[in-house]
Design a protein around this ligand. Structure first.
Ligand code: HEC
Ligand code: HEC
Length: 277
């Protein structure tokens, strides 16, 4: 259909209005990507990489939980892995500058941006896997898991607080959104000891998860895209680099910040179809 004809159809659709309009705009649906399915990810460690040895996710989660009080979420995540490797292998892990990772608390210096335990987990992926594309895959999988998982699940051997936190789905990798969502769900304030217990256990969950991922990639058993967000993929099909609009470089769950307007729902397809590449 040429551009002018398409415009006429669109204009006619507006006049016809209502449900008819929605049906007609289906004719303009661009081809959206097929749902992304989980698949194996092969990886050959390169020469001279920092050595990793298989760790127990439950033990790691417990160390992360216990170390939380020393330097908060990001620090505890790093220490949970590095301290075990220092015990197994000594240097360079025994003199690793773990203190630097205290900066990640509260979404980086209390700024409420990226969740510190995720920041720590991503740093560990970066430490052991120098290849950027492989890093990105593992980080995306981990972040998409975090957005959709109902947490905390981790059960400490000896709880610091005698309180089992309510679980919540963060739908966001941001400390602010993740915490405030949880506060709404639980009724506790953000400065409460209950909220701290929630983050302490969440740190146990994420530390266990990243060790699970590292174990798998080094055992050639890693499955990627296991938590692919198909909604995000459909938004990015038009807005991302592969689409025509190319104004968005995000993998975060779009609907944590944007709700699709009625205008967008009705006109985006038609508008998109008529846009130049
Ligand atoms: C069929 C292609 C297509 C898809 C799929 C799509 N959009 Fe859009 N979107 C558009 C077009 C076209 C515009 C108008 C862009 C312009 O004029 O520059 C737009 C505009 C927007 C805008 C700004 C204006 C507004 O209406 O709010 C936001 C925000 C947006 N889209 C978010 C999203 C999100 C989130 C998703 C996934 C739920 C999504 N889009 C999926 C085509 C699409
Ligand atoms: C953490 C919050 C957040 C997330 C998550 C997010 N965005 Fe945005 N987005 C913004 C902000 C802030 C802007 C700046 C413009 C504004 O205020 O609307 C923006 C702007 C946009 C615009 C341009 C709007 C315009 O008026 O032209 C588009 C399109 C868009 N985002 C799409 C997406 C898509 C698609 C996703 C998911 C892949 C996404 N965004 C995820 C916060 C977010």
């Amino acid at each position: 259909m040429d551009r002018r004809k398409a415009m006429k159809v669109a204009a006619g659709a507006v006049i016809a209005g209502g449900a008819g309009l929605l049906t007609l705009t289906q004719a303009f649906k661009p081809k959206l990507p097929l749902p992304v399915k989980p698949s194996g990810l092969n990886y050959e460690p390169s020469e001279g990489s920092w050595e990793y040895s298989q760790l127990d996710p439950v033990v790691t989660g417990q160390i992360a939980y216990d170390k939380y009080a020393e330097g908060s979420c990001m620090y505890a995540t790093i220490v949970s892995v590095v301290s075990q490797l220092a015990e197994n292998m000594g240097e360079p892990y025994s003199s690793f500058p773990v203190h630097m990772f205290k900066y990640g608390h509260g979404g980086i210096g209390g700024f409420g941006s990226v969740c510190g335990t995720l920041n720590g987990a991503a740093a560990l992926v970066g430490l052991f896997i120098p290849e950027k594309e492989v890093q990105d895959k593992i980080i995306h999988d981990l972040f998409q898991w975090y957005e959709k998982e109902s947490m905390p699940v981790f059960h400490p051997a000896k709880p610091v607080e005698n309180y089992t936190p309510v679980k919540s789905i963060s739908n966001s990798v941001l400390c602010h959104a993740s915490n405030t969502n949880w506060c709404k769900e639980s009724g506790f304030s953000v400065n409460s000891k209950e909220r701290k217990e929630r983050c302490r256990r969440l740190t146990g969950d994420v530390a266990g998860k990243v060790v699970h991922s590292l174990n798998a990639i080094f055992a050639s058993a890693y499955v990627t895209d296991s938590h692919a967000n198909q909604d995000v993929n459909s938004c990015v099909a038009c807005h991302g680099d592969e689409g025509k609009i190319k104004n968005v470089s995000v993998k975060m769950s779009c609907n944590s910040c944007h709700s699709e307007s009625i205008g967008h729902r009705v006109f985006a397809d038609v508008h998109y179809k008529l846009m130049d590449h």
